[in-house]
Design a protein around this ligand. Structure first.
Ligand code: FAD
Length: 379
């Protein structure tokens, strides 16, 4: 009898699973991918696209194409609910999908504030929704007839807020050199880039200063920020999707207090071992930062473990990298490189980032390249 594995979400980890499957499919197993968006942006290149360095088509993995190569079925839909007892998924298109094994790699979201303030909000997550909203806001800006300065505030002082703000300011200033664009970065934290080495934080401060950004540390969001801004880039901490926070949609699947799917070191759900979860939507044994580098590395282990449960082999434990090379683009042709307590910045760091990121995308678009286990990634 044919067994069915459902991969929910066109995330970074599932891209690896599909690539591995293309080279080594398991007989008698149907692999089905369910995701609402065909084109999955690679997070490392998103700020470069926001800033106009890359075209959108340069930074995405084409999932239906990847599915075709892997000989798997692609369903354009969202998971609306889950019943792990009966091993079924309810999809947004009304379909009910049975599975033997389920893998969740649905990323995360943000819940930006709603209020009567004047600013337009651009939530930085989910990445797949960012494209249409940003293009719409850019188009308004191109045709804006006013002469007042445009005020852009980023909320969130982590890597996403920092990189996105610099990138968006660059793009807006390039598009309309005749207009003044002001930038502000608002963060509750007492430092920029918490968790990064001091040298990287100092380099980031210098970049913000050069871009004329008003940095407001130790400041919490309030509606008056929305009244004093035209655009707000919402880049606070990742949150689980609404259905992950709704117990009736989960059928008893174990989730953390916030709603992230709790997995063990093998990436299996702690309540239902035939459900795997990886990337942002998962909460590993101890909580990890929500970063694509972890999703990518989990993808390699996930690919092996799905093969293992289907063929009866041993499962591998995922071990998060204790340190990784972080490369933050600063939208001026340079990047800040850091690893552990070490940091340096310059043009060479952007060239390295550009090379690593393009290579990552190439691996999923080229038919010729073999699947490599030892992969590079950058933040
Ligand atoms: C602006 C910005 C820049 C960033 N830059 C970096 C960086 O340089 N390096 C880094 O390591 N991290 C970066 N991050 C973090 C990174 O984006 C995430 O950690 C990463 O994308 C998580 O990958 P993932 O595989 O878990 O999910 P994603 O890549 O987010 O993919 C999730 C997929 O699931 C699909 N999906 C969503 N809901 C459903 C559903 N209900 N049913 C089915 N499918 C669904 C989505 O359409 C999407 O295809 C950045 C984040 C932001 C916001």
């Amino acid at each position: 009898m044919t067994r069915r594995v459902v991969l929910a979400g066109a995330g970074h980890a599932h891209a690896h699973v599909l690539k591995a499957w293309a080279g080594l499919p398991v007989a008698g197993v149907e692999l089905v991918v369910v995701s609402p968006h065909a084109l999955a942006p690679y997070s490392g290149m998103v700020p470069g696209w926001l800033g106009g360095t890359y075209r959108f088509e340069d930074i995405v993995i084409d999932f239906p194409r990847l599915c075709e190569r892997a000989g798997t079925r692609w369903i354009k839909a969202e998971i609306a609910g889950l019943d792990p007892q009966h091993q079924t998924l309810t999809l947004s298109n009304g379909e009910c999908l049975q599975y033997d094994y389920l893998s969740l790699n649905v990323g995360s979201t943000l819940v930006p504030p709603r209020g009567a303030f004047r600013a337009q909000i651009l939530p930085m997550r989910p990445l797949a929704d960012l494209h249409d909203r940003y293009e719409e806001m850019l188009s308004q800006w191109r045709h804006n007839a006013g002469d007042q300065p445009l005020r852009v505030a980023a909320v969130g002082g982590g890597a996403a807020g920092f990189e996105s703000l610099l990138a968006v300011l660059r793009r807006l200033r390039l598009e309309r050199p005749d207009r003044v664009v002001q930038g502000a970065l608002i963060t509750r934290s007492p430092t920029i880039l918490p968790g990064y080495p001091l040298g990287a934080q100092r380099a980031a401060l210098k970049c913000l200063q050069e871009a004329g950004v008003d940095l407001q540390l130790g400041t919490a969001w309030c509606d008056s920020i929305g009244d004093c801004s035209d655009w707000v880039l919402w880049a606070t901490g990742a949150q689980p999707h609404a259905w992950q926070r709704e117990p009736t949609m989960l059928g008893g699947l174990a989730v953390s207090e916030q709603g992230f799917v709790q997995v063990d070191s093998l990436l299996q759900s702690v309540s239902h071992p035939n459900v795997f979860a990886s990337g942002d939507c998962a909460q590993w044994v101890s909580p990890l930062p929500k970063a694509g580098v972890y999703a990518v590395r989990m993808g390699m282990v996930l690919a092996q473990n799905l093969q293992a449960v289907l063929t009866g082999g041993p499962l591998n434990a995922y071990e998060p990298q204790s340190e990784f090379l972080s490369l933050l683009a600063t939208a001026d042709g340079k990047a800040i490189a850091s690893r552990g307590r070490w940091s340096l910045s310059g043009r060479w760091a952007f060239w390295l980032k550009d090379y690593i990121d393009r290579d990552f995308i190439r691996r999923f678009s080229s038919l010729e390249l073999p699947y490599a286990q030892a992969q590079g990634e950058s933040r």
